[in-house]
Design a protein around this ligand. Structure first.
Ligand SMILES: NC(=O)c1ccc[n+]([C@@H]2O[C@H](COP(=O)([O-])OP(=O)(O)OC[C@H]3O[C@@H](n4cnc5c(N)ncnc54)[C@H](OP(=O)(O)O)[C@@H]3O)[C@@H](O)[C@H]2O)c1
Length: 251
């Protein structure tokens, strides 16, 4: 059975990918900061699928913890076939001149530096086996900026650039690198962006049918099923009601 390592598996897209992979007989290492959520997901998966699950608390912004968790994986979990760099967040939605530097740092530390720390720790395991697939969860915000998206968009443009760079640098090592760049997906994303303001968060998804985590999970699983010589580079996906990062057909 294949092994997948997923960051940010405690909710939304990461949780849906963990569930989908497990349903398809992939053993999954689920990580995130909220241990209670990880344990709940683990018991849900183990009671409904045959996959083995390893749940590990890991904050991607803490380089030492990332190294400790990945270097300390039990031997039977070290052969990681798929790394899903999913942990990420937007914090705040302000014009650049009114932006909060603490929010900026959290986004840069998580979306950009976290992805680097995790990839750096997992790559030696893949390179040793000359085999692997890295799936970076970018965003439509990494393709085109939107008003007040400034720093979040910048971090996702960085994910777009890093995905392309990884593919170049890793060429010849048997490692596929794919970016999945979603548009609007209904998850905890807006609740986090608006710092717990449920009313404001729910408005983001009103008047149209947004994507769900499981839609992204379908695609993430599909690209892992392709023949060894096929590498999907980049997938930009939106709800039918979304034309680009700013135009949404809300009824
Ligand atoms: N929802 C959208 O519309 C949308 C669109 C495009 C791209 N994305 C991207 O999709 C990814 C997943 O977001 P989502 O929509 O599923 O949002 P979500 O429901 O809020 O999930 C975010 C996940 O990231 C984890 N996370 C955040 N900070 C972390 C840290 N420092 N260390 C480890 N894990 C951390 C969270 O886990 P803990 O809080 O437990 O640590 C959670 O599991 C993000 O990269 C986001 O930028 C989302």
């Amino acid at each position: 059975m294949k092994i997948a390592f997923i960051t940010g598996a405690t909710s939304g897209i990461g949780e849906a990918i963990a569930l989908k992979f497990a349903q398809k007989d992939i053993n999954v290492i689920i990580t995130g900061r909220r241990l209670d959520k990880l344990n709940a997901l683990k018991s849900n998966i183990t009671s409904n699928t045959k996959a083995n699950i390893l749940a590990l608390k890991m904050d991607v912004t803490d380089r030492e913890s990332v190294e400790r968790v990945i270097n300390g994986l039990p031997d039977e979990w070290k052969s990681i076939d798929i790394l899903v760099n999913n942990a990420g967040l937007a914090v705040g939605l302000d014009p650049i001149q009114h932006g909060n530097p603490d929010d900026w740092e959290q986004m840069i530390d998580t979306n950009l530096k976290g992805l680097l720390y995790v990839s750096k720790a997992v790559l030696p395991l893949m390179i040793a086996r000359q085999k692997g697939h890295i799936i970076n969860i970018g965003s439509i915000a990494g393709k085109e900026v939107y008003p007040k998206g400034n720093v979040y968009c910048a971090t996702k443009h960085a994910v777009d650039a890093l995905t392309k760079s990884m593919r170049i640098d890793l060429l010849g090592n048997g490692i596929k690198v794919t970016q999945i760049a979603p548009g609007l997906v209904e998850t905890e994303f807006s609740l986090v962006r608006f710092k717990g303001d449920e009313e404001r968060a729910s408005k983001v998804y009103q008047g149209y049918k947004p994507l769900e985590g499981k839609d992204i999970a379908e695609i993430a699983f599909f690209i892992t099923t392709l023949p060894d010589h096929v590498c999907v580079n980049d997938i930009l996906m939106t709800p039918l009601a979304q034309a680009n990062s700013t135009i949404v057909d809300k009824k």
